[in-house]
Design a protein around this ligand. Structure first.
Ligand code: NDP
Length: 369
């Protein structure tokens, strides 16, 4: 098996990302390549100090060039002391959900990073933008397209940048995966297969028990990565979808799927078949194109992807995805360039998610987008 080293230097700097031609993603101008020196790192306040904020974003911040942890917003009093002591957050930069809006008066904070349960995202995006801050919000955007669209509009109106935490879009392997699709190096894409599933702990976490906060099951949590990969892999937007949901534990996950299997049809005739489950283990995206197969396996984990084209392996530097994602956003703010994983990107996924749940309710009926 040959190791291929194509485009090894295509991310010489973490801020240089390619335009993808997706909804809301514009080709970056030459300005984005300038990388002017930064006088001061941008201050980030994390909102919701759960697993991802504590164990992935906080350490990721230490590897950024242009950002630093400056503030926190938490509803748990004990975390205030812990984050002051362990991570050096100053008392004047600590907020709770009630006094959060006062962050408007705090010049230390440039970016608010929302890491709350899904159903709280739009409310906090809007509050952060109204407080005059640029916003990163974790995926999924919210629990439906209507709420997400409101947050996109509000950020536009207020002139604040919004990034959805689609860390994979900033990863060299995913960018190569996009490039192959876009350049048609392997010919026209015929089929995309993807799965993103894990064995959910099925504890009392809001993901499994609270539909108002989760919005749904694994589709909301991890299935969105496969939707993303099918969209940026093909460079197309789906014209129709069809889905079926299954649930062997309806008592715990009331009104939510435990497993979803769905298809997406693209204008070129390419089809994506995708599954996502809390009762399986899978993590890949593969493409069958005219000249052969290529893909990423694993694709979406924190440990970095591995990629193949036919029998050859891709070889790119492994990046801290959270760090490159945040640095790219910082450069967008500093250079006035468009955001790659923009609010519109996240909104498009929510429209697809809405259509998938609509289809599942109608026993897999084909829903046009
Ligand atoms: P956790 O449950 O671990 O943390 C959520 C935090 O939100 C809590 O610790 C709490 O923080 C705060 N919170 C405020 N109100 C509530 C409420 N009513 N119920 C529960 N928590 C509340 O979730 P995760 O960190 O795993 O996920 C948070 C977000 O990040 C989700 O949207 C998820 O999809 C996304 N995520 C993204 C990943 C990625 O790879 N991009 C990976 C994992 C998650 P406090 O005590 O400080 O108030």
């Amino acid at each position: 098996m040959k190791i291929i080293k194509t485009r090894r230097n295509f991310i010489k700097d973490t801020s240089i990302v390619t335009g993808l031609g997706l909804v809301g993603s514009q080709h970056l101008s030459a300005r984005s390549l300038i990388n002017k020196p930064v006088a001061k790192k941008l201050g980030v306040a994390l909102v919701g100090l759960g697993y991802y904020a504590t164990h992935k974003i906080r350490p990721g911040l230490l590897e950024t060039e242009f950002c630093e942890l400056k503030g926190i917003v938490t509803g748990t009093k004990a975390k205030e002391g812990e984050w002051m002591e362990k991570y050096g957050v100053e008392k004047k930069n600590i907020y709770n959900y009630q006094n959060f809006d006062k962050i408007a008066e705090n010049p230390d904070i440039d970016i608010v990073y929302i890491v709350l349960p899904n159903g709280m995202h739009s409310e906090y995006i809007i509050r952060a933008a109204r407080a005059g801050k640029h916003v990163i919000c974790e995926k999924p955007f919210d629990i439906n397209a209507k709420r997400s669209a409101k947050a996109v509009d509000e950020c536009h109106k207020l002139g604040k940048l919004l990034q959805i935490g689609y860390r994979c879009q900033y990863d060299p392997y995913h960018q190569e995966f996009m490039r192959i699709g876009k350049s048609k190096e392997m010919g026209d894409i015929k089929e995309i297969r993807s799965a993103h599933s894990f064995y959910g702990s099925k504890t009392g976490n809001w993901r499994y028990t609270n539909k108002a906060l989760a919005g749904g099951g694994p589709l909301m949590d991890v299935g969105v990565y496969s939707i993303q990969a099918a969209r940026y892999g093909s460079g197309e937007e789906p014209i129709a979808v069809s889905a079926t949901c299954y649930n062997t534990n309806p008592k715990l996950m009331a009104g939510m799927e435990e497993t979803i299997i769905f298809s997406m049809e693209f204008p070129s005739g390419a089809v994506a078949s995708i599954s996502s489950s809390y009762s399986a283990r899978a993590n890949f995206v593969e493409v069958s194109a005219e000249k052969g197969n290529y893909g990423l396996r694993p694709a979406f984990g924190y440990g970095g992807a591995q990629g193949f084209i036919g029998k050859d392996m891709m070889d790119f530097p492994v990046k801290n995805q959270q760090a490159v994602q945040m640095d790219a956003f910082a450069r967008n703010i500093l250079d006035g360039t468009p955001v790659l994983a923009s609010g519109e990107e996240g909104l498009q996924d929510m429209k697809i998610v809405d259509a998938l749940y609509k289809s599942a309710k109608k026993n897999g009926k084909r829903i046009k987008l």
